[in-house]
Design a protein around this ligand. Structure first.
Ligand code: B16
Ligand code: MG
Length: 219
């Protein structure tokens, strides 16, 4: 019996990917690396430092910086990203999410955020949905990020539920792998190809329907 929902943030609740892209693009340009939107797809769902490593590799500069210099580059990117997210309002909830969250709350389902983003708490406050949630898994406290199952297992633990009593919602392939490895029912948002490993997938958040999700997951 499903009693909890564990949500990814970027790509499921709101679309911060464009802000991540603009901030990474400007940082990459400063160090002579070009990135485009197609390349940016690879950065979805992975941590800040893993994103920087991929960008440096893309530009053939993977050995050009010390760890301390990389920290500084990641901080510069985050400063620009934080300026973008200051403009987030409840209007930035993805289609259908407001209804889904409210219906889940009415049904007394537990809800936890399992995002790789260290900016998750600020974004949730700006979207004005924090009171609907029972907690946020702190990504800084994890031993391993997605696709490791740890973040979704920790989400279930926050609700005092087993993974089998929860549904995980994700838009990234690494995130679906994380949910599946946690032995949790996975709901994917995205193209059929990208979401082929999800237990149930829809193309857009507008197609997420709580009744359908619960029926599928409780089967
Ligand atoms: P931050 P999610 C992820 O969010 C983003 O998809 C990914 O592009 C970003 O690098 C990561 O958060 C870390 O974000 O720099 O804010 O800590 O999809 O896991 O909600
Ligand atoms: Mg995501």
């Amino acid at each position: 019996m499903i009693k909890g929902l564990i949500f990814d943030l970027d790509g499921v609740i709101t679309d911060t990917a464009e802000y991540h892209f603009l901030a990474w693009k400007s940082l990459a340009e400063k160090i002579g690396i070009e990135i485009d939107r197609e390349f940016n797809e690879q950065l979805k769902g992975i941590s800040r430092m893993e994103s920087l490593d991929l960008i440096l590799k893309h530009g053939g500069k993977e050995t050009a910086y010390t760890e301390a210099e990389k920290e500084e580059l990641a901080t510069q990117k985050n400063e620009e990203y934080k300026a973008y997210i200051k403009g987030i309002t409840p209007d930035d909830l993805l289609p259908g999410i407001d209804t889904l969250l409210k219906e889940a709350k009415e049904k007394n389902l537990g809800m936890v955020l399992a995002s790789a983003s260290k900016n998750g708490p600020e974004i949730m406050e700006r979207l004005e949905i924090m009171d609907l949630f029972d907690g946020i898994v702190d990504p800084a406290s994890l031993k391993a990020g997605k696709p490791d199952p740890e973040i979704f297992i920790r989400g279930a633990e926050m609700l005092n539920l087993s993974p089998q009593e929860c549904v995980g919602l994700e838009d990234a392939e690494a995130g679906i792998q994380s949910i599946n490895s946690a032995h949790m029912f996975s709901v994917g948002v995205g193209s059929r190809d990208a979401m082929k490993e999800a237990d149930y997938a829809v193309e857009s958040t507008a197609d997420l329907n709580l009744k359908t999700i619960l029926e599928k997951a409780n089967q």
